[in-house]
Structure formats: structure tokens, C-alpha cells
Write a protein that binds this ligand. Structure first.
Ligand code: S3P
Length: 174
């Protein structure tokens, strides 16, 4: 069983898997501060994620993600972090994640498409969202799997149910 107190928790998974909402609920339940890496990047840069992709390109955004993750973890604060879906694409990020309690919110393409297939604020989904989600799921699945301490299948579950399942797996009373 996984130990809660010792670990910094990072939620990973595809766009639409529910990381941000579940992080908030988990933070409430565990009485931990919640850090949403995308929102932190937006605050620090003064730009939306979409603008950053346009202004600086994806590689620069990925560097910001890793820097943000490093900075939060370096504080040693017992936080719950919602990562962006593409964090695991970086080897450096995957190495960092191996020192955390990393929870993969795993969803099928059908679930993700139903949730974010129409999303307009995610730059990677602006053209051919269905094909892109299918491709990214297949490209990233192994990285999520390798990074994960815990895997939660979220298909058909709402965020409260997912959170309850995580707390149960952590042996934390709901
Ligand atoms: C991305 C996911 C987004 C955001 C950016 C890129 C990805 O975060 O970081 O649009 O590559 O999967 P969410 O997973 O929170 O939507």
C-alpha cells in the first residue's frame, strides 16, 4: 500500500482525464495545497497556454513545465500537483516523477474525446481533436504507465468517485 504522508502527489494523464478537478478534491481531503502546473505557468508568464504555444513553441512550454515541477517539489511541501497532460513526454520530467507518488488518471480515447473533443483552449486539440487524442494516447500510454505509482481507470467515473478511489487506495478515510 502507498504511503500518503511521505510523498508529494502528482496527477498525470491525458487532457480531459480530470487531473485538475481531482487534484482540488484530493487536496481538500488530504488538507494539502494544490498546485495546477498549467495555471502556475499562466500566472508566471502572464500568457495563456495557447498564447505560449504560439509565442514560444511547444518545446519552450515543456521547459517551463519541468521548471515549474522542479520548483514546487524543491520546496518539499506536501502538495498535490495537477500536471499538464504532456509532462511525461520529457525524459527529465519522468525522472523527477519517479521520486513522487505519481497517480495516472487513465482514460480511453472515447472518454477523453467526449470530454475535451470540443475544447478550444487546448492548442494541441485545435485541429483534428479526435485523431490527435487517439495518437497522443497511444504515444504516451507507456510513459504514463512507467511513471505511475498508482493507476486509476476513470472511464465512467466522476471526479468525486475517482478521488474516493484514490483515497481508498491510499488507505485514507473518506
Ligand atoms: C497538454 C495538456 C494541457 C496543457 C497543454 C498541453 C498536452 O494540460 O499542458 O495544452 O500536451 O497534453 P491539461 O492536460 O491539463 O489539459
Amino acid at each position: 500500500m502507498t504511503s500518503v504522508p511521505a510523498s508529494q502527489i502528482v496527477l498525470v494523464g491525458m487532457m480531459g482525464a480530470g487531473k485538475s478537478t481531482v487534484a482540488k478534491l484530493l487536496g481538500l481531503a488530504l488538507e494539502r495545497r494544490v498546485v495546477d502546473l498549467d495555471r502556475e505557468i499562466e500566472k508566471a508568464s502572464g500568457h495563456s497556454i495557447g498564447e505560449l504555444f504560439e509565442l514560444e513553441g511547444e518545446a519552450s512550454f515543456r521547459a517551463r513545465e519541468i521548471d515549474g515541477l522542479r520548483a514546487v517539489l524543491a520546496s518539499n511541501e506536501q502538495v498535490v500537483i495537477a500536471a499538464g497532460g504532456g509532462l511525461v513526454t520529457s525524459e527529465a520530467a519522468r525522472t523527477i516523477l519517479s521520486g513522487t507518488l505519481c497517480i495516472w488518471l487513465k482514460a480511453t480515447p472515447a472518454t477523453l474525446i467526449s470530454r475535451v473533443g470540443q475544447s478550444t483552449n487546448r492548442p494541441l486539440l485545435r485541429s483534428d481533436p479526435v485523431g490527435t487524442i487517439e495518437r497522443l494516447v497511444s504515444e504516451r500510454a507507456q510513459w504514463y504507465e512507467d511513471a505511475a505509482t498508482m493507476v486509476i481507470d476513470v472511464d465512467g467515473l466522476n471526479s468525486k468517485q475517482v478521488t474516493a478511489m484514490i483515497l481508498d487506495r491510499l488507505e485514507y478515510p473518506c
